[in-house]
Design a protein around this ligand. Structure first.
Ligand code: GLN
Length: 194
């Protein structure tokens, strides 16, 4: 079987996510065709979607100006999976606490950009993640803090007593970058739930 994946590629890291999606698909005897999404018209063909890290203000501006935002919303309303990482999570949130980010309301969390503190601008941590047997080595880069979660949101992992991985329906969001290690288990968790 072949799954069609889309990586929102208006800005940010794309090829590592594409590799992780292909690896996760292989573990399920599937092949993934990965499209880079820069304009409207492709998302409706995708079985699963990835919103990567980068700069949330830029990603937000471009997904709206390119007409991709309503397609992403329709994808989620159809129950199809999304993995939103770091800046992607900021854009997918209900409240980014920043006027320059027009959040997409895909996952009921409020976030604060760049809020892990200067000495921890970038750090790595072994995370216990619900659904994974062994800790996940998480890389945080100017990561957002999730400062509140709505009723329908399951917290999958926390660091420093703060949620850093969440799930709501078909959407999984992480404050960290699961594509920067060879471990594709987070992509697997988001896209091929047991
Ligand atoms: N600091 C970025 C933002 O607020 C996110 C960083 C990232 O995606 N690595 O948009």
């Amino acid at each position: 079987m072949t799954v069609t994946a889309g990586v929102v590629a208006v800005q940010g890291d794309v090829s590592e996510h594409a590799d992780a999606i292909r690896t996760a698909a292989r573990t399920h005897d599937e092949t993934a065709t990965v499209h880079e999404i820069r304009t409207s018209g492709t998302v409706p063909d995708c079985d699963l979607l990835l919103m990567p890290g980068g700069e949330s203000t830029t990603i937000s501006r471009l997904v709206h100006s390119e007409g991709i935002a309503p397609e992403i919303r329709a994808h989620v309303e159809a129950g199809k999976p999304v993995l939103a990482t770091c800046a992607g999570l900021i854009v997918a949130s209900t409240d980014a606490n920043d006027d320059r980010v027009e959040a997409l309301d895909l996952v009921d969390v409020s976030v604060e950009r760049n809020a892990f503190g200067r000495q921890k601008d970038s750090f790595e941590a072994p995370l216990d993640v619900t659904g994974l047997d062994d800790p996940f080595h998480a890389v945080f880069i100017r990561a957002p803090v999730i400062d509140s979660v709505g009723d329908g949101v399951e917290v999958l992992a926390s660091w420093d007593d703060r949620p850093v991985a969440v799930r709501q329906g078909p959407v999984v969001g992480t404050s960290f970058h699961p594509e920067l290690t060879a471990d594709s288990r987070l992509h697997d968790l988001a896209f091929f739930p047991a």
